[in-house]
Structure formats: C-alpha cells, structure tokens
Design a protein. Structure first.
Ligand code: SF4
Length: 315
C-alpha cells in the first residue's frame, strides 16, 4: 500500500462529506500540525469559522499514530467530535490505512451514574419499607440504571433535574475508589476510564484536562499529543480548575478557626500580621494575574503564612 500523506488522507476524508469543498486554510493547518507533531513542538493555530478545523487536526492526529487527547470547552463540540468527526475519520483510516482508529469521550466522575449510590438507595428503601427516592425523577433514574450501557448523563433523553442526578451520582471526592467500592468492578465511570485507556483519541473537556494537570496526571491515560480546541477559554478554565485561592479574607477565617481550637494568642497575632502583609503586597496587583517568580513581598507573606500553618498543625 502506498504511504499516504496528510493531504491525501484529508482529501479522502473531505470527499466523504456531503458538501465537499477545497479549504486551503484546512490544508495549511493539517500540514502545520503534522509538522508540529513530528518535531514535538507546540503550535498555536487561529482558524476562522468555516476552516474545518476539527478535521484539520483529527486527520494529522490519525496519521501520526500517537495517542492524543482533544480537550474542548463546550459540550456541543465534544458531541460533534464523538458523533460525527471521529467516526468519519475512523472509517477513512480503516479504508485508506487498513487499521482501526479507536476513540472515547471521558467525562468527570459525577457525569456517570454511581451504582453504589443506587444500591444504597435501594437498601435504605428495604430497611425502612419506603420508596427509595421519594421522587419519580429518581425512580426513573434507578430504572434507567438497569438499561444504560454507559451510565453517562449525556445519554439521557428526558429533562433531567440536577437534584435528582445528585442523588444517583458522586463527585470524585465522594467516591472511595474502585478498589474499596463494592460496585467498583462494574462501575460506569471506571469502565469509561478503562475504555479511554485503550483508545487512540480521547475527547475530554478542558476542565477535566486541568484537573489532570493538577493531580499529576492521575485522571487521564498517558498521551503524546494534546489538542486544545476552543483554546481562547484555556487560561481561564485552567486557572479556575487547577488553582487554590488564598486571600486576606480566607486567612482571617483560618485565623479565627485556629483561635477557637488552639489557645495561643501569639500564633493568632502572627496569622493576623501575615494576613495584613499579604493584603498590602497584593493591593498593587488587584485585578491582575500574579506571575512567577513572585514579587519578594508576596513570597515573604506566603512563607510566613505557611510557617504559621505548620505551627498550628503541630500545636
Ligand atoms: S467506584 Fe463505586 S462509589 Fe465510585 S463511582 Fe463507581 S460505583 Fe460509585
């Protein structure tokens, strides 16, 4: 079989579209991405509406054979990739390159129905001889838990209330982990993760990618390439998902909590002073992003706060 280049594969993909048309911007994008993947360098692409950017990056990714995560900001784009673009590229790869291209969408844990939660609702109902949920909405979800293959709330085709969903799902903080959970072996969230582990392309939202960075890569499988689509939102999402907020108000609240449990006025005073130093150091940077390396006054205030916290924890 002749070795296909990225333009050939892109042509073969675009030919299958109902309205197939030549898009020079898409071709340039695909060439640049291929070159960036091969040379292992970062690339920023600004592509206007109508460029056909999804295929412009999926085709080079498919050709590269490298495991790739695609992070999107909106659910609409996730759906478009999973239901339309990736199946299309996978079928072209099979026809033109003779191998499979596997893909999966991976979401945060609270997007999947928790079988342990459902068991607990059912147990409680048997013990008390009452309806497990109290609401028709939760009953419907419990019935759905016997039919669904994915447990993914995105597959639900009726109007779902947040309150009902919360009763049959858990956050990652609430989940004890598959090994400690009686339903760990058939858990939907774990199955989705296992599927992602075996896939060539994994679609996630930017928030989940940020959490993966913050947790030293404990959420997503190892990958060689990451594509941030809708990257104009990247900085804000990563900042809000993977950051810890420390400010004078928080320091004051911690100081008063410490005072109520530790009889050490000197420590309380030190906390107060460190909080004031932080306020003063940050005042000039109000509304701005504080970049590394930190200014000396901010670094000094944070070090003092850290020392106070260590002293409080060992008091
Ligand atoms: S491991 Fe257990 S508790 Fe955690 S999400 Fe799965 S079923 Fe629920």
């Amino acid at each position: 079989m002749t070795k296909l280049g990225v333009e050939d594969l892109l042509d073969a993909t675009v030919d299958r579209l109902e309205r197939s048309e030549s898009r020079p911007g898409q071709v340039t994008m695909a060439r640049e991405i291929t070159s960036a993947i091969e040379s292992g360098r970062h690339l920023i692409v600004q592509a206007g509406t109508g460029t056909g950017k999804s295929l412009g990056y999926l085709v080079p990714v498919a050709l590269s054979g490298r495991r790739t995560v695609v992070a999107t900001y909106t659910k609409a784009l996730q759906d478009q990739l999973a239901k339309f673009d990736l199946p299309l590229v996978a079928s072209v790869v099979e026809a033109e390159l003779g191998h499979d291209l596997t893909f999966a969408v991976l979401k945060g844990r609270s997007n999947y129905l928790c079988l342990q939660r459902v068991d607990e609702l059912n147990d409680r109902s048997q013990q008390l001889d009452v309806d497990p949920s109290g609401t028709a909405a939760v009953r419907k979800l419990i019935e759905w838990s016997h039919e669904t293959l994915t447990g993914d709330s995105g597959d639900i085709d009726w109007s779902l209330s947040d309150n009902a969903w919360r009763q049959v799902s858990v956050t990652s903080e609430e989940c004890p982990g598959a090994r400690k959970c009686p339903r760990g072996n058939d858990c939907f969230a774990e199955r989705a993760r296992a599927l992602a582990q075996e896939s060539d392309v994994i679609v996630v939202n930017t928030h989940l990618y940020a959490l993966d960075i913050a947790s030293d890569g404990s959420i997503l499988p190892d990958h060689d390439v990451v594509i941030f689509d809708e990257a104009h939102q990247l900085e804000d999402v990563v900042s809000s998902s993977a950051s810890v907020a420390i400010g004078p108000g928080r320091v004051a609240s911690i100081a008063s909590t410490i005072r109520s449990v530790i009889a050490d006025d000197a420590l309380y005073t030190r906390f107060g002073r460190a909080g004031t130093s932080l306020t003063t150091a940050l005042a000039a940077r109000s509304g701005q992003r504080v970049a590394l390396p930190l200014e000396q006054s901010i670094a000094d205030a944070l070090v003092e706060l850290r020392l106070c916290t260590d002293d409080a924890l060992t008091a």
